[in-house]
Design a protein around this ligand. Structure first.
Ligand code: NDP
Ligand code: MG
Length: 394
């Protein structure tokens, strides 16, 4: 068996750490080519010493000098590179077989797209990249022959429940609709008025999953499910109206596909991202992920209920942006990133998040997408709009 060379974009994050855990269980299959980090330099250093990648990529030259010196002292030959061009370089280098795209937010778009354009096996965790650039991203996958495998647990589940020729079109393979499950986040059982005073700590305390801060807040506001609706519509070429969101508090059924004959196929498992990561690394084979077997008897019950649109306006905003198309989803994503950051910095309240997003969407009418530069420009403008509005109102 030949060894696959893997680049992990966002190695120091939650998905990055889980990816390295799975990789380290299979040294005969995977070797690390590059690791990237942004602020957690000690973690990146430890990862370099453990995995001995050819390259590490950091955000600025001060970080690079310090890390390079420490690695040299430890007799580690990893070369430290800097900045977004270097991220693109390690995502698209000829030697690389697999790229885990696990940078959070719009910052991941360029390197993820570079991996796609270079025709890599791309393991997509960075949903914001696809939400921002939808049609352009999927066209690049087609043009380059990249193998795109979803890491988001719901999309990985749907991928597992679809037939292998699903690209022929959902109606051609007998799919009626997709049921996207959602834990509902930490505030699923609260009433609307209580949401006004929730703190970043409460928002980040997810009941079932351990994740980075941004996606944790998105889960609490259910914008995560909104972004996932958009992500699913691009990955599987389905209309947003064919995707139903179902609250499933146990996070054991990771999503379902409803077929025209009445069959509903689901994927189940413990809520641990190493399962989708191992699946995507080895596909079409299966490898050990380190995840313990699902004990259905201790889970005992599986509940399902509809989301409350009053409590979670982000769901409506995401659906509207998905229906509007063009640049609307890039605007939605940018405004959400600004709002989440402001919430985490305690500048705004939790219920202000959808207000800022809605205002930004109203200010920026959707345009049809021309190219990547157009998307990046839209992203910048939407961030400025959201930030200016935030500065003048809070
Ligand atoms: P984390 O915040 O834990 O990690 C984010 C990673 O991106 C870190 O390595 C971080 O570096 C790096 N990073 C942050 N900002 C930048 C930047 N401007 N430029 C380059 N790198 C940057 O997030 P998660 O691992 O939780 O999530 C990663 C992605 O995966 C997100 O898009 C999320 O939506 C998606 N995802 C995550 C799931 C999960 O269970 N965690 C589930 C499904 C999807 P550093 O830490 O060094 O600052
Ligand atoms: Mg998910």
């Amino acid at each position: 068996m030949s060894v696959s060379l893997v680049t992990v974009l966002g190695a120091t994050g939650s998905i990055g750490v889980s990816t390295l855990d799975v990789i380290s269980r299979h040294p005969e299959r995977y070797s690390v080519y590059a690791l990237t980090g942004h602020s957690r330099m000690e973690a990146l250093q430890a990862q370099c010493l453990a995995h001995r990648p050819r390259y590490a990529v950091v955000a600025n030259s001060d970080q690079a000098q310090a890390l390079q010196a420490r690695l040299r002292d430890a007799r580690c030959e990893t070369e430290v590179l800097v900045g977004c061009d270097a991220l693109e370089q390690v995502a698209s280098a000829a030697e690389v077989d697999v790229v885990m795209a696990a940078i959070v937010g719009g910052a991941g778009l360029r390197p993820t797209l570079a991996a796609v354009r270079a025709g890599k096996r791309v393991l997509l965790a960075n949903k914001e990249a696809l939400v921002m650039s939808g049609a352009l991203f999927m066209q690049a996958v087609k043009d380059s022959g990249a193998v795109l495998l979803p890491i988001d647990s719901e999309h990985n589940a749907i991928f597992q429940c679809l037939p292998s020729d699903f690209a022929r079109g959902m109606s051609n393979v007998g799919v009626r609709r997709i049921l996207l499950t959602a834990s509902g986040g930490p505030f699923r059982d609260m009433c609307g008025a209580d949401l006004v005073s929730v703190t970043p700590e409460q928002a980040c305390a997810h009941p079932n999953w351990s994740m980075g801060q941004k996606i944790s807040v998105d889960s609490a506001s259910m914008m995560n499910k909104g972004l996932e609706l958009i992500e699913a519509s691009w990955l599987f070429d389905v209309r947003p109206s064919q995707i139903e969101i179902v609250i499933h508090p146990q996070s054991v059924v990771h999503s379902l596909v409803d077929y025209v004959d009445g069959s509903v196929i689901a994927q189940l498992g413990n809520p641990d991202m190493r399962t989708p990561i191992a699946y995507a690394l080895a596909w079409p084979e299966r490898i050990d992920s380190g995840v313990s077997p699902l004990d259905l008897l201790s889970v005992a019950r599986l509940d399902f209920r509809p989301p409350d649109p009053q409590m979670f306006p982000c769901l409506r905003l995401a659906r509207q942006a998905a229906e509007a198309g063009g640049t609307a989803c890039a605007v939605l994503n940018a405004a959400n990133e600004v709002a989440v950051e402001a919430f985490l910095a305690r500048r705004i309240g939790f219920t202000d998040i959808p207000v800022i997003i809605e205002h930004t969407l109203e200010c920026m009418a959707p345009e049809s997408v021309q190219d990547l530069e157009h998307i990046l420009l839209t992203d910048r403008h939407a961030r400025e709009h959201a930030q200016n509005w935030l500065n003048s109102h809070f």
